[in-house]
Design a protein around this ligand. Structure first.
Ligand code: CP
Ligand code: NVA
Length: 337
C-alpha cells in the first residue's frame, strides 16, 4: 500500500510533480478503473462542484471530466468557448476568484500555458490543465496507464513520437518519459523540434530516472526497436487552416504506416491522443483530400485499425486517469492504492 498527498494541489504540467506523485496517480486510476468495472461505488467527492472551462473544443477531455465528476459524486458545469466572459470581458485573475468562490476545482483548456498558470495563481481551489499549446498533462496519465496495461511496466519502455515535435503532446511525452525513466525519441522535421531549454531540462531529469531523450529527423531511426509508436495531428487546435499546406509537405515522411511499424519491436503498439486523421470520415479529412489528394494523414488507416493499435483503450483511460486527478486533489482523505 502506498499513499501520496495531493490534496489541494493544482495539476498544471508534469514538471510540477515528482515521479512518485505521477505513478501514484496511475495506480489510483487503475484502482478506480477496477472499481468502475466491478460496479463498486467510489463517490469520494460527494456534493462537490467543478467548473470546466473550454476555450478550445473537446470530445474526450470534456466527457472524461464530466463522467469522472459524476462517478465521484460531483456536479460539473461546462463553460464552452463562446459562453463565458473569460479573456473577453473578464480577466483571468477575476475569473479565477469568481469561480473559486462557487466551485471546488476548475479545469481549463485553452491557449498559452501562462493562462492556466495565472488561473491557478489567483484560484484558491485546485486548477487542472485540460490542454494548452504547451502541455497536455491529463493525456500523459492516460498514456502511462495504457503503456502499463500493455507492457506491465513503464520504466525502460521505448516510445517514439512522429510529427510535430514542438507542440503540447510531443513536449508532454518528453516530460512524461523523463520523469518515469522511459526512452523517448521525438522524430520530426528539423524545424518542428522542441524548445532546446525544455529538452535540456528533460535530459537532466532523465539522468536521474534512467530514461533518455533522443531527437531525430530520420523516421526509420526513430522507429527502430521502439515499443510504442505515437503520433498526433499535424495541425493543432488554434492553428490556422492555411498551415495544412506547409505541414503536409513537411510531415508526410513522418506518417505512421506499416513500414514504420515493421521496424519497431515485435510487440510494439500504436498510440495516438486522438482525434486522428486516418481516413476521409471527417470534414477536414475530406477537405484535405480534395485539396491535396491525401486520404490519410499522420497515420494510415491500416495502422490505426490494426490489432497493434490501442487508441481506444487509451481514450477510455482518459476518464479513469482524470478521475484519479480529481479524487487525489479534492478528496478530504488521502486515498491509498
Ligand atoms: N485527446 C484529447 O484531448 O481529445 P479531445 O480534444 O477530444 O479532448
Ligand atoms: N496537438 C493536438 C492535441 C489534441 C488532443 C492539439 O492541440 O490540437
Amino acid at each position: 500500500m502506498s499513499s501520496v498527498d495531493l490534496r489541494g494541489r493544482d495539476f498544471l504540467k508534469l514538471l510540477d510533480l515528482s515521479t512518485e506523485e505521477i505513478l501514484y496517480l496511475v495506480d489510483l486510476a487503475a484502482k478506480l478503473k477496477g472499481a468502475k468495472k466491478d460496479h463498486v461505488p467510489h463517490r469520494y467527492c460527494e456534493g462537490r462542484n467543478i467548473a470546466l472551462i473550454f476555450e478550445k473544443t473537446s470530445t474526450r477531455t470534456r466527457c472524461a471530466f464530466e463522467v469522472a465528476a459524476h462517478d465521484l459524486g460531483m456536479d460539473a458545469t461546462y463553460l464552452d468557448p463562446a459562453a463565458s466572459q473569460i479573456g473577453k470581458k473578464e480577466s483571468i485573475a477575476d475569473t479565477a476568484r469568481v469561480l473559486a468562490g462557487m466551485f471546488d476545482g476548475i479545469e481549463y483548456r485553452g491557449y498559452g500555458q501562462e493562462i492556466v498558470e495565472e488561473l491557478a495563481e489567483y484560484s484558491r481551489v485546485p486548477v487542472w490543465n485540460g490542454l494548452t499549446n504547451e502541455f497536455h498533462p491529463t493525456q500523459m496519465l492516460a498514456d502511462l496507464l495504457t503503456i502499463r496495461e500493455c507492457f506491465g511496466r513503464i520504466e525502460g519502455i521505448r516510445l517514439s513520437y512522429f510529427g510535430d515535435a514542438r507542440y503540447n503532446t510531443a513536449d508532454s511525452l518528453m516530460v512524461m518519459g523523463a520523469k518515469t525513466g522511459m526512452h523517448i525519441t521525438l522524430c520530426g522535421p528539423a524545424s518542428y523540434m522542441p524548445d532546446p531549454a525544455l529538452v535540456q531540462t528533460c535530459r537532466q531529469i532523465a539522468a536521474q530516472t534512467g530514461g533518455s531523450i533522443t531527437l531525430t529527423t530520420d523516421p526509420r531511426e526513430g522507429a527502430a526497436g521502439a515499443d510504442v509508436l505515437y503520433t498526433d495531428v499535424w495541425v493543432s487546435m488554434g492553428e490556422p487552416m492555411q498551415a495544412w499546406e506547409e505541414r503536409i509537405g513537411e510531415m508526410k515522411d513522418y506518417q505512421v504506416r506499416r513500414e514504420l511499424m515493421e521496424l519497431a519491436a515485435p510487440e510494439a503498439v500504436f498510440m495516438h491522443c486522438l482525434p486522428a486523421f486516418h481516413d476521409q470520415g471527417t470534414g477536414i479529412g475530406r477537405e484535405i483530400f480534395e485539396k491535396f489528394g491525401l486520404s490519410e494523414l499522420e497515420v494510415t488507416d491500416e495502422v490505426f485499425e490494426s490489432p497493434q493499435s490501442v487508441v481506444f483503450q487509451e481514450a477510455e483511460n482518459r476518464m479513469h486517469t482524470i478521475k484519479a486527478v480529481l479524487a487525489a486533489t479534492l478528496c478530504t482523505e488521502v486515498i491509498e492504492v
